[in-house]
Write a protein that binds this ligand. Structure first.
Ligand SMILES: C[S@@+](CC[C@H](N)C(=O)[O-])C[C@H]1O[C@@H](n2cnc3c(N)ncnc32)[C@H](O)[C@@H]1O
Length: 231
């Protein structure tokens, strides 16, 4: 369905997201990909580190609240060279309250969350946990649907979102309500400056809002990458 509703564009956004993070550039990284059940981000991190920096030690711990999603990610990784290596592992846990015995303080170099934070009931709780588990100097990176500022693009996007996506949900998945929820949850997610402020309030430093350093819009803000560094 992701492919159908976005015409596969979510894959390009994920490619851009991961390549902007340059995993493996300054040596192997310990990464955690939260709400990452599909494994889409984890595979890109490992491939990017391997292909660009000959790094075969960067590792990703994939965390998701939904065991079925994790099974799907695990199944996909079975077909890859990373299967049964220390580079990948899957864990069932809530992003808002990662078990402290398993996900210890100051552990990771990179925390990623893609199209997941919007689904969590408390964004500040997720950010607080991200800050806790990252090492000082570690990077928080979030890919999420966001706000379109261009009025023309905004109108077209609204029409597509409210008319086409629920219809596609009905036709392809027999589930209009979930796709209506998707569209509405995107509109409720805080706009770029507000989310950047929440990231700072959780203890991260970000670039400046004014020159776009705090975030990077994709497709005019339909999606957006936010990053922060743990101080
Ligand atoms: C739209 S999927 C995105 C999956 C993946 N990151 C990607 O981009 O392909 C959203 C994911 O968030 C997970 N999720 C929702 N609430 C969560 C929570 N509180 N903690 C951890 N994962 C959560 C869901 O189970 C689901 O796998």
């Amino acid at each position: 369905m992701n492919d159908a509703t976005s015409f596969g564009v979510h894959r390009l956004w994920k490619d851009t997201f991961v390549s902007s993070l340059k995993p493996g550039k300054k040596g192997p990284k310990r990464c955690i990909d939260v709400a990452g059940g599909t494994g889409d981000i984890a595979i890109r991190i490992l491939d990017s580190a391997r292909e660009n920096y000959a790094d075969r030690e960067t590792s990703v711990e994939v965390v998701d609240i939904n065991g079925q999603m994790l099974k799907e990610g695990f199944r996909r990784f079975k077909k890859t060279m990373y299967h049964n290596t220390p580079q990948i592992s899957f864990h069932e846990a809530n992003a808002q309250a990662l078990p402290t015995d398993k996900f210890m303080d100051d552990t990771y170099d990179l925390y990623t969350i893609a199209f997941g934070i919007r689904n969590c009931t408390s964004i500040p709780a997720v950010l607080k946990e991200a800050h806790r588990v990252l090492k000082p100097g570690g990077t928080f990176a979030c890919l999420e649907f966001s706000r379109v500022n261009n009025p023309l693009l905004g109108t077209l996007y609204d029409q597509y979102s409210f008319s086409v996506i629920p219809l596609l949900g009905t036709i392809l998945a027999g589930d209009r309500d979930s796709y209506q929820y998707l569209v509405e949850s995107i509109r409720k997610f805080p706009p770029q400056p507000e989310f950047a402020q929440m990231i700072r309030e959780a203890g991260f430093t970000t670039g400046r809002d004014i020159d776009g350093g705090a975030w990077s819009n994709l497709w005019g803000g339909i999606a957006c990458v936010h990053t922060g560094v743990k101080i």
